[in-house]
Design a protein around this ligand. Structure first.
Ligand SMILES: Cc1cc2nc3c(=O)[nH]c(=O)nc-3n(C[C@H](O)[C@H](O)[C@H](O)COP(=O)(O)OP(=O)(O)OC[C@H]3O[C@@H](n4cnc5c(N)ncnc54)[C@H](O)[C@@H]3O)c2cc1C
Length: 466
């Protein structure tokens, strides 16, 4: 039985848990890392890694099929063995879990790892099968798929992102509920694999982003044969002749039929087993643990980070939050969590990458806003690639000319967004961005062109945006 006093107990052995534990260990603290389930948590096991490798595989399929856009080239490709692809994905997951989690533990001698559940009582933290004590605790228990309250849902053997990526055989049709980034990514994976996909959402695809991008992504999806239904209200779900029947209202009542239903309606914080109320740890309207900007919960000595806080549910934010929580727990709460230049990427094809404020968010804050929208057919890279799907939208403060938001829908847009993140973090004006030297025939050059669009008609410019 693991027992004793620790400088810090970290509850949850995912990305935030590892980052918090390593930060604390580097400062010489004695740490207990307690995690239930598979070590490594969501990202490596069932999130980022498995989804992104499957997306890349299906991009390869798509690119071969789309090669015909270049004169004289024909391409044919097919998915021969889905099970082999899933097995290859699993082996990548195993390798990365081993290299980035399991193999790290021996390098940090002052971190003791225990695979166990933990929860609170009014006396403090209890760790299953152990007698551990500490004055400082970090809760990093992650999130899980939400199940929407729809009559009949209890009778459906629905898929989640986790089980969908484990399927040994492809269904012939798939209904995806939810137009957030996980729903969008999975829709393209399965559609490109040959499944008849319908994606339904209550608002638009990627509803928190820019409406121009939501509309453009819906067009891309429809062009690929994905049935996109926006503005849907869900009425009921049932099994009819071995198919899922989802009754919705979207331009009238309709029943959607498919072999399988995949829920991608959002993820909620893993707090059910924690008994937070007993410890006086408060939760927010998302069901996540409420924290302040130093990662402190409402109970002194208890911190939280990552998905369990119900916000910024990305792995790099989990790791960042875990680092801040550990430093603050040990060193007097001096560090502040700052997400003002947080990039976010949807790995659709083209990717959708955003940083900073949308136009709507900026206006809601009372900022005098100006925007520029550049279609990708104004970017030489896209013309050369004969792939002009996408656009770039910049949001700036009309008074100061400072860039406050950038939204890119472009192939590999996720790689271009970091330039905009740096510009926002450094308080750059759009004029300064427009005046910077960018390499010709890159996608990121579109940022310069979009910045120039605030003051110029860029169609009158020569090569290299000059
Ligand atoms: C399909 C999918 C794709 C994604 N793609 C990306 C991407 O491309 N990029 C990106 O940045 N993010 C992506 N994410 C999000 C990312 O995976 C998460 O934001 C991140 O993994 C959260 O890390 P965490 O440490 O907060 O939680 P987790 O990694 O979930 O770790 C929490 C751990 O705590 C354990 N636990 C729960 N309750 C208890 C308890 N009571 N006691 C002990 N242990 C407990 C859990 O079992 C789990 O192992 C994706 C997510 C999904 C689902």
């Amino acid at each position: 039985m693991m027992a004793g006093h620790f400088d810090l107990i970290v509850v949850g052995a995912g990305s935030a848990g590892f980052s918090a534990s390593i930060t604390a260990a580097e400062q010489g603290a004695k740490v207990a890392l307690v995690g239930e389930g598979t070590i490594g948590g969501t990202c490596v096991n069932v999130g980022c890694v498995p989804s992104k490798t499957m997306i890349r595989a299906m991009e390869a399929v798509h690119q071969a099929r789309a090669a015909g856009r270049f004169a004289g080239i024909g391409g044919e490709v097919r998915v021969d063995d889905w099970q082999a692809l899933v097995a290859q994905k699993d082996s990548l997951v195993d390798d990365l879990r081993q290299a980035k989690y399991i193999d790290l533990l021996p390098a940090y001698e002052n971190v003791s790892y225990l695979n166990a559940r933990a929860w609170f009582t009014d006396q403090g933290l209890v760790v299953e099968g152990a007698d551990m004590r500490s004055d400082r605790i970090i809760v990093v228990t992650g999130s899980s798929q939400d199940v929407p309250h729809i009559p009949g849902m209890e009778n459906i053997d629905y898929l989640t992102s986790t089980t969908a990526l484990e399927l040994a055989h492809l269904p012939s049709s798939l209904l995806i509920m939810g137009g957030g980034y996980i729903g969008c990514e999975l829709a393209q994976i399965f559609a490109r694999a040959g499944v008849a996909v319908t994606i339904t959402c209550r608002h638009e695809l990627l509803p928190e982003g820019e409406p121009e991008i939501s509309a453009a992504l819906a067009t891309v999806f429809r062009d690929e044969g994905i049935n996109v239904i926006t503005g849907a209200a869900y009425r009921s779900a049932a099994m009819v002749d071995a198919q899922v029947a989802l009754e919705i209202e979207a331009d009238g009542k309709r029943t959607l039929l498919a072999d399988r239903l995949l829920l991608a309606t959002g993820r909620s914080a893993n707090v059910a087993h924690l008994n937070l109320a007993a410890a006086g740890v408060g939760t927010n309207e998302n069901g996540g643990i409420t924290i302040d900007d130093r990662m402190r919960t409402s109970r002194p000595g208890v911190y939280a980070a990552g998905d369990v806080t119900g916000r910024d549910q990305f792995v790099y934010m989990a790791a960042y939050g875990g680092r801040i929580a550990a430093s603050n727990a040990l060193n007097g709460d001096s560090l502040v969590y700052d997400n003002s230049a947080m990039p976010a990427v949807t790995f659709s094809d083209p990717q959708v990458a955003t940083v900073g404020l949308t136009e709507r968010e900026a206006r809601a804050r009372g900022i005098d806003v100006k925007t520029s929208v550049l279609p990708l057919d104004a970017v030489p890279r896209a013309l050369a690639a004969r792939d002009t799907r996408g656009l770039i939208k910049l949001v700036a403060d009309a008074q100061s000319d400072k860039l406050i938001g950038a939204h890119i829908m472009a192939p590999e847009g996720g790689d271009s967004i970091q330039t905009a993140a740096l510009a926002i973090q450094q308080g750059m004006t759009t004029k300064a961005l427009a005046a910077m030297i960018f390499p010709y025939l890159t996608t990121v050059e579109g940022l310069k062109l979009a910045a120039q669009t605030f003051d110029k008609d860029i169609s009158k410019l020569s090569c290299c945006a000059g």
